[in-house]
Design a protein around this ligand. Sequence first.
Ligand SMILES: Cc1cc2nc3c(=O)[nH]c(=O)nc-3n(C[C@H](O)[C@H](O)[C@H](O)COP(=O)(O)OP(=O)(O)OC[C@H]3O[C@@H](n4cnc5c(N)ncnc54)[C@H](O)[C@@H]3O)c2cc1C
Length: 811
Amino acid sequence: MKSRTKVVVIGGGIAGCSTLYHLTQEGWSDVVLVERNELTSGTTWHSAAQVTNFGMNQTMVGLKTHSINLYKELAEDPDYPINYHHGDGGIRLANTEAQMQGYRHFTSMARGMEVGFEVIDAEECARRHPLISTDNLIGGLWDPLDGDIDPAQLCQALARRARKSGAEVYRNTPVTALTQHKDDTWTVHTEHGDIDCDIVVNACGYRVNEVGAMMGVHHPVASMEHQYFLTEEIPAIKDTGHRMPLLRCPISDYYCRQEKNGLLVGFYEQDCKTWGMDGIDPNFVNALCPDDLDRVTDVLEGAFARMPALMETGIHTVVNGPITYTIDGAPLVGPIPGKRNAFCIIGLRAGLGEGGGHGWLLAQQIVHGEAQYDTWCLDPRRFTGHTNAELTALKAIEDYQNEFRFHFPHEHRPAGRPAKTTPLTPVLAAEGAEFTVVNGWERVDYIKPAPDFHPSLSFNFDEAFEVIAAEVRNVQDNAGLAEVNGFNRFEITGADRHSFLDRMFCGTVTKRAGRVGLGYLLNHHGMIKGEATVANLPASDRGPERVWYGSAAASELHDMDWLSRHIQKDEDVQIRSLTNDQTILVLAGPRARGVLSTCARGDWSAEAFPWLSVRECFIGFASATVMGVSFSGELAYEIHVPNASLYAAYLALRKAGEAHGLKLFGARAVESMRMEKGFLHWKADLITEFDPFETGLDRFVKLEKGDFIGKEALQKRQTEGARKKLVTLRIDASHAPAHGGASLMQDGKVVGTVTSGDWGHRVGMNLAYAFVDPALATEGSTMQLDLCGDLVAATVIAPSPYDPGFDRIRG
Ligand SMILES: Cc1cc2nc3c(=O)[nH]c(=O)nc-3n(C[C@H](O)[C@H](O)[C@H](O)COP(=O)(O)OP(=O)(O)OC[C@H]3O[C@@H](n4cnc5c(N)ncnc54)[C@H](O)[C@@H]3O)c2cc1C
């Protein structure tokens, strides 16, 4: 066994084997995998091992496509072929029009990844899968490349190829402890000796938290018991002469694939069960949980009704094993929060289908610092501070119960709520607030017109459309107040804070005390890493001169990680997070100045406190820090208030607002208004796949200034020219917004992808942002949007169609 290597991957299931293999493919051969037992002795060995292409976003579809292509290549390896039923096809069933519309959107999205889903009616479903009945069925989504694979052969093939490229695999070598050294390298202690390494990867499946504990980390991963059974031979299958496609049923929560000449049917029962919450028997190896088919009778009936042949067939084997879930259902693949040189590939609930792709994207992150797709949807840093075992289990149960029911736009499921609140949450609830969830925070979506107001789940504009229009109108005409909780806020102090930030941002951001600026952070490839406001607070009795760095609500751990790892040893810079201590009240609208002047002393005129100013003050008797910034396009103030005085500040503002028509507004009104202003959202429009020039942020880049992170790469990129350009589009449809991921077409070819869309109530236009081919990025260019299966006209318009001169913001 080596005593030193570059990377130690812990765990020899699909996650670990795929990571090891892809590290060698990315050029690192001095890498090892340690496995406590034999390869695949965790969940992988008993997996149903279906491989599908369906995903809710382009990153998921892309990584699954990688799995499929890789598995096909492995299956066709003349020296070591493996069993892979590639391209049997698969159907996701639907019994509501809303589900069918969702499938049409996912088809539009997947087209941009060169994946050809198809939406088919009930008769076509039955033609392609002759065992199913069409009762209570409208149709489904056809996924042509679905199949299944032999999990043990797959892992052996990956390990074998990795070994051929120089990697080593140590079986029967349990990791017993981990030590991190001052230089951030690691020692991995095993039962057979120690291995020093630069980087460790946790790929331990349901034992993730045993290894997490060795580095003092709790990962938000919970295991559920999950069952399938295998039937005896079904003559009708043989008679069809072709393999049965896979089935996924959101109506009765089961899946099914062909196994020999019978079926394998797996269940997601409502009466489901967590597993291993109080620790896992160390001898649970190549093991299963006891069968419990009684637990699945609720869903069993649905499966039998859909496939009557099951009623005449015997069951010969039941498999019940642990399967891992995370808080939002998506795996955790990337850097471990709060740790250096530590990565994880965990919480895989469809690890056989996805594992090839996850290992690929993880290896790219480890070797190059970033993957070729934006991996935020998988990033372990996306949850901040609300991820204990209880909440994880509650969300795992909910996700398991809804396994095949995709989330609709604006759908926030009830389990584990409320997780993060402020003193205002119950107050706003009493005002009739409907809440959305942002990184665990309960944030006002809009104020309901009646307590029993529940818009339908749909990809169309829903019944809240007019409610949001009214909120926007009041912000435009009078004044609105919105609580924006969870917004990320760092206080940066130290003599070198400005030079440090100058190195982090690609543009010049103001250093003047009392002023606020906006900056963009790039990664080492010159791509967009982050966006932040910088407010330079003057010295006061509340503290010395300092910077308040503000960024998106979920970015706290991501940005802290990025900023802190770039502080140089001799730099005087300190960063502390205020995110959980402060909440923002946004006061917006032409009468906002009147409201503020009524409840806060001082001169708030445009001359004394112009746009992009910051000032400490009191709102009534609540201490506050006010910034003249706007995401709505109206005159607006961000009022940052310590949570202890939040209610007092709120009451003072409401009272002051009585004479100015002040009303509450929520996140959906903000979403509409920011689309009218050309303002971008981090991780929707601002992603690591594009550089700032492609994203239309030229004015925030200063290549002529000193060195900054990503400069060299960006200069190189600039000479190569843009691959896509972000544009604002007018969509000629009034029934539905353009959804993120939807494809833009011209002459039958995909020419762009939507990042955000919403109705602009002030301009009366259906608006979208999209990355499109540069040739189409000029004003007036037309193309067609595949809007849930309908091709509608989309025209490039000038950015910021509402108040393009920014006169209203300046007030
Ligand atoms: C019944 C069932 C059906 C499924 N069907 C499908 C399906 O059809 N399609 C699909 O895509 N997915 C399916 N899944 C899910 C899929 O099987 C898992 O997502 C996948 O196998 C997880 O792989 P892994 O490598 O993350 O974990 P594991 O396979 O559990 O591997 C983790 C490895 O880490 C090792 N390890 C743990 N601790 C240590 C330590 N201290 N030192 C060294 N090594 C350690 C373990 O021994 C183990 O080998 C199914 C799961 C179940 C339970």
